[in-house]
Design a binder for this molecule. Structure first.
Ligand code: COA
Length: 260
């Protein structure tokens, strides 16, 4: 599929999605959000894609936020629609993908950019990365899930401070907060993500999808995560992946999961 604002590539079970508006520091405009939705959807339904990696093009930014030029003249009605639509199409959508999704943060991850990274299942950053939710400096608040997901990840007090100060933290601080899982040199960022993706890809994609669902259930209002875990655990027993995984173990060989 051809896109104007993103580049997708497939290699050895990994679909890479690169947000490609470097002259605007990869800011998320409406068209980019739509294309990202399509690309994530396509990768998630592609049986050969075991892991998705999302990153930004250029050396400066992952994503420097939602495209401010698009919403600067909005009123409250349009603002609510923007947040709702964006959450549905991209941020909630990514969080609930059954394909593991890694954010490779290669520079600024601000506003909607950090919100996209924290909607991914986990994050790895280069040592030049800078992260923050600067929306209150524009007279607005994070609207793509940042007020909800950031406290879940780093705790309420730290999220409050980061959001209230509109400040930025560097990769080492983000690591100490638990916002990212690893920091690496810029040139090693994608190789490290690919190495982690390779480890994930060896396992049952069906079981991983079930694990994502159960883990996410802990953060959903009115959902009992333990019940979801029981249900997803039980469902695994009817899958070919489970038969293959347990049989391979007993036969002392490596499992070759059919992904069903
Ligand atoms: N929306 C729209 N355009 C953006 C953008 C955004 N979120 N972030 C950067 N850009 C554009 C700039 O307007 C500039 O475009 P121009 O060359 O046509 O003027 C280009 O990207 C380069 O950005 P610039 O500000 O010149 O780079 P810098 O190195 O001086 O500063 C940042 C980098 C990230 C500190 C700065 O761009 C910034 O503060 N961006 C906005 C961050 C933000 O508030 N995000 C939350 C939005 S809700």
């Amino acid at each position: 599929m051809n896109y104007d604002n993103i580049i997708t590539a497939f290699n050895q079970g990994i679909t890479s999605i690169t947000i490609n508006r470097p002259s605007k520091l990869n800011a998320l405009n409406k068209a980019t959000i739509k294309e990202l939705h399509e690309a994530f959807k396509q990768a998630d339904t592609d049986k050969n894609t075991k892991v998705i990696i999302v990153t930004g093009s250029g050396e400066k930014a992952f994503v420097a936020g939602a495209d401010i030029s698009e919403f600067a003249h909005f009123d409250s009605k349009k603002g609510k629609k923007l947040a709702k639509k964006g959450q549905e199409l991209l941020f909630d959508f990514v969080e609930n993908l059954s394909t593991p999704t890694i954010a490779a943060i290669n520079g600024f991850a601000l506003g909607g950019g950090l919100e996209l990274a924290i909607a991914c299942h986990f994050r790895v950053a280069s040592n030049n990365a800078k992260m923050g939710l600067p929306e209150v400096s524009l007279g607005v608040i994070p609207g793509y899930g940042g007020t909800q997901r950031l406290p879940q990840l780093i705790g309420k007090g730290r999220a409050m401070e980061l959001i209230m100060t509109a400040g930025m933290i560097d990769a080492n601080q983000a690591l100490s907060y638990g916002l990212i899982n690893h920091v690496t040199a810029a040139e090693d960022l994608l190789p490290l993500c690919e190495k982690i993706a390779g480890k994930i890809a060896r396992n049952s994609s069906v079981a991983i999808g079930a694990a994502i669902k159960a883990i996410n259930a802990n953060y959903k209002d009115g959902v009992n995560g333990f019940e979801v875990e029981v249900s997803e655990f039980g469902n695994c027993f009817d899958t070919q992946d489970f038969t293959e995984g347990t049989t391979a173990f007993l036969e002392k060989r490596k499992a070759d999961f059919p992904g069903e």
